[in-house]
Design a protein around this ligand. Structure first.
Ligand SMILES: [Zn+2]
Length: 125
């Protein structure tokens, strides 16, 4: 369920971006997906194909880059990377961790035939 609504908003953002830039076709959409979101990439791709079937994005590919969860310990300053959402600093045992990456759902770039990659940056968050 979550994947469906988040995928719809990704599709809407990309279509809006295409409109704004006057693009008729996009070959691929690059998405950064933080592991903390718990969204399943295959599931997002499945919905993407279904939701774009009748749009200008039909036939385009969604390329998902998963982003590891990283953080910084507010107690000792250690920079940390987590495989599980299990936030205890291995250096000092503190649970006061500031999460830096891993929450993002970010349209990173659009691949446009004949024009190459277009960086989109922070849209679609
Ligand atoms: Zn620490």
């Amino acid at each position: 369920m979550h994947e469906l609504s988040v995928t719809q908003s990704i599709v809407d953002s990309v279509l809006g971006e295409m409109n704004a830039r006057g693009l008729e076709r996009v070959g691929a959409v690059h998405l950064k997906l933080g592991r903390m979101t718990t969204f399943v990439p295959d599931c997002v791709k499945f919905y993407y194909d279904a939701l774009t079937a009748d749009t200008a994005l039909a036939g385009s590919e969604l390329i998902i880059e998963e982003v590891n969860v990283t953080g910084c310990c507010n107690n000792c300053g250690a920079e940390l990377e987590f495989e599980e959402p299990f936030f205890i600093c291995p250096e000092c045992g503190s649970v006061d961790i500031e999460v830096l990456t891993g929450r993002e759902i970010l349209i990173n770039a659009l691949e446009v035939p004949d024009e190459g990659d277009i960086r989109v940056g922070n849209k679609g968050r």
